[in-house]
Design a protein around this ligand. Sequence first.
Ligand SMILES: [Zn+2]
Length: 250
Amino acid sequence: MILRRVIKHFRQQEWTAIFLDFLIVVVGVFVGLQVSNWNASRKDRTDEQLFIVRLHEDILLAESLTSRVRTRRIDRLTVLTEAANKIFARNQVKALNDKECRAVGAAHVYNIPLSDLPSLVELASSGRVSIIRDTKLRTALVALQQTKSALASFINLQGSGAVDLPSKYPDLLQLEAYFDVQMNEIRSRTKCNMDKMRASQAFLNDYSENIDSYDAFVRDGLAPWNLQFKQVHHLVDAALGVDHDSVDKP
Ligand SMILES: [Zn+2]
């Protein structure tokens, strides 16, 4: 229709009419593009809000699944250090307490449920991470993925290299399984023979290797991931205006 009109105007050399036709086409295209941009932008804003709400739900679920093990693994480093001070006779104490003995027997256990945040995986796989306007949150989410990969490497590499002391030294450490009513799970009670531990250089060497490896696992793997997880939760809470009394601030 407009093309036929333009041809007619050309034949009759009506330059003003040609200019007006041209203007109508340009303005039409411009308005069309603008409407399309506005629609895409409005969809991005809606999707961003939905993503943050879903991300928060995923974080709460991941936290409920991992917080107990996370805290236990991080605390274990302190207990292992206290046990080392006693085993290597750096103080006057002659025996390990139950907690220290259990930690020594479990110093090769690194596993922790590293669940993904499904909303984040979905957003990243669709290439739409840029819909998150908060640059701090976007950066924190990337860092969370990086610290998670680093932690997974520590669990696979160092965890597989650590020595299972109760299996290698059954005369020095004995396990006894029991049901912990308070924790609602099966746990192991460990008995330690301090004199035999101190007398075995092989054990002392393996324990030294284990605690060194565990220290690296906590310091460079678990602690940074734990901190980053809290940071992301804090930023998501701020975006949603949520305030949990129970959640540690990073
Ligand atoms: Zn929250």
